[in-house]
Design a protein. Structure first.
Length: 132
């Protein structure tokens, strides 16, 4: 997701990890989606959502993407759905909540992956490494 990281980069997150940048990008899109009160703001928020998912889909399809194939396929399906929904929401004035919920789920999943293992598991792993 290198292109996404640079596209959504702000001075505050210059040293962020790729996962932190992804979390921030979804959060920024959600902020725009929830604050969109005018037609212009709505179109701009949906445009940013389209851009984010387009970058993610491109990254997922890139040679060298090391995510497991099953996860890539699931994320590609979500990406294509999100881009399609954003387009339809722009044209048909659909509610933005489905996109906001998807982004919240993505943030939650990314945060869960970023969590360190529980102390007992970490100690067991360390003990295995020492013994091995």
């Amino acid at each position: 997701m290198q292109r996404t990281a640079s596209y959504f980069r702000t001075p505050q997150i210059g040293a962020a990890t790729p996962r932190e940048t992804e979390i921030l990008a979804f959060g920024l899109c959600n902020d725009r989606l929830t604050r969109a009160t005018t037609p212009r703001e709505r179109i701009e928020a949906l445009g940013k959502t389209q851009q984010l998912w387009s970058l993610l889909v491109n990254d997922l399809g890139a040679e060298g993407n090391r995510l497991p194939d099953v996860l890539k396929q699931d994320l590609l399906r979500l990406g294509f759905w999100a881009m399609d929904y954003a387009t339809r929401a722009t044209l048909q004035n659909l509610p933005l909540e489905p996109l906001i919920e998807l982004h919240r789920d993505m943030i939650e999943g990314l945060r869960a992956q970023a969590q360190p293992p529980p102390p007992a598991l970490a100690e067991a792993w360390t003990d295995r490494q020492v013994v091995a």
